[in-house]
Design a protein around this ligand. Structure first.
Ligand code: PLP
Length: 398
């Protein structure tokens, strides 16, 4: 059985060109970029070239890029820094559909009394209201944080308008752009954004590398203090091989932005054309303001975990909600935040297409999917007086 991977929002495979660029720094080019000898200097040069590549993809200056260990760290660092800026500003305005890598550090700060968090609702399409956003910002707001694109639905936020509103109110603006970088054009030079988070493994680099853009002139309090690396903004010896990988991934993404986008659009359109013909299947999220490669569909009357398992057996990797929360049967906070009833949120699957998917894989998927849905619907437990226990999956529904 040949398998097909449709979970590119969870993580992407490593592009062979990225692997090739990185490999020498895992072998002979192992120098510490802070060392003054030739091995160290070669590592430094590679690191700074990679920094330029990351900056170029988002329209930043190299000096505005800090390498981090992942998107989660980038989000944590931006939030922690903004909350240390001014003791009179502890408000943070965000949305109900952010990734846990934003919501959890904010919850933690709020519990410790270091932040007052406003989580704005979103429309049924998944978009935050700009007027509500404006009304929520005041003199006590330390930071506004709104994701560029949602990991579950692909819905794209009106970032330019939100950033302009924050600027007019004198509030720092952060965007978790982990799902957007490399998929949509981004130019921070043209937008009043102070912080932007990037993660390597969403754009064909390995896991364990990320970056944080910090606008020049923005005061920054490091999360990790140590040896003064990253221009005193993140202690810890830089992971040169992974930084090189991220730099190469950014070069490739920049060169292929249009081609990649057209490719995944055609795959998604072919997929949705057939999938939405199955009775009781609905699309979640804005139909056009979303990432080209993300399709979030609800299969009415069934638990998405059951479809996921059968698709997996048939060789297709997809996701039920966010990968970070799968394994729990709680409905996705993103979908319930968009007003989906619990039952519809439980039946949602995310198909996320990427650079290495082919039309042939999509044809196999659309051939297989209808019979899997029919099978899961047949297996659906008949209503009994003891409600709440699923005979099929043997799990207690919460
Ligand atoms: N933000 C978003 C929107 C994401 O989708 C993810 C990963 O799923 C993250 C942050 C976390 O990134 P990382 O896995 O690099 O920590």
């Amino acid at each position: 059985m040949t398998s097909a991977y449709f979970d590119n929002n969870a993580t992407t495979p490593i592009d062979p060109e990225v692997f090739e660029a990185m490999e020498p720094f895992l072998r002979g080019g192992f120098g510490n970029p802070s060392s003054p000898h030739s091995l160290g200097r070669a590592a430094r040069e590679a690191l700074e070239n990679a920094r330029h590549s990351v900056a170029r993809l988002i329209g930043a200056e190299a000096g505005e890029i800090i390498f981090t260990s992942c998107g989660t760290e980038s989000n944590n660092a931006a939030i922690a820094s903004a909350l240390q800026m001014d003791p009179d500003r502890i408000g943070v305005v965000t949305t109900q559909v952010e990734h846990s890598a934003v919501l959890k550090p904010l919850e933690h700060a709020a519990r410790r009394g270091g932040a007052v968090v406003t989580r704005l609702p979103v429309s049924n399409d998944g978009i935050v209201d700009c007027n509500a956003f404006e009304a929520a910002l005041d003199d006590g707001t330390a930071l506004a944080s709104v994701m560029w694109a949602n990991n579950e639905t692909g819905v794209i936020s009106p970032i330019a308008r939100l950033a302009a509103i924050a600027q007019a109110k004198g509030v720092l603006f952060h965007t978790d752009a982990v799902q957007a970088v490399g998929k949509v054009p981004i130019s921070v030079a043209d937008l009043p954004i102070h912080f932007l988070s990037i993660s390597g493994h969403k754009l064909y680099a390995p896991k364990g590398i990320g970056a944080l853009y910090v606008r020049s002139g923005t005061r920054f309090h490091p999360l990790l203090r140590g040896g003064g690396q990253e221009n005193e903004r993140r202690g810890g010896t830089e992971n040169v091989a992974l930084a090189v990988a991220l730099g190469k991934a950014c070069d490739l993404a920049g060169a292929r932005l249009d081609a990649d986008s057209q490719h995944v659009t055609s795959l998604r359109d072919r997929f949705e054309q057939t999938a939405l013909e199955i009775p009781g299947v609905y699309r979640n999220g804005h139909p056009t303001l979303r990432l080209a490669g993300t399709s979030n569909l609800t299969f009415e009357g069934v638990d998405s975990e059951a479809i996921l398992l059968l698709l997996d057996q048939a060789g297709f990797s997809v996701s039920a909600g966010s990968a970070c929360t799968s394994g729990s049967l709680h409905p996705s906070h993103v979908l319930t935040g968009m007003g989906l009833p619990t039952e519809r949120a439980r039946g949602a699957l995310r198909f996320s297409f990427g650079r290495f998917n082919t039309l042939a894989e999509i044809e196999r998927l659309v051939e297989t999917l209808p019979s899997i849905i029919a099978k899961v619907r047949e297996m659906r437990p008949k209503p009994t007086p003891t409600a709440g226990v699923s005979a099929t999956l043997g799990v207690v529904q919460k």
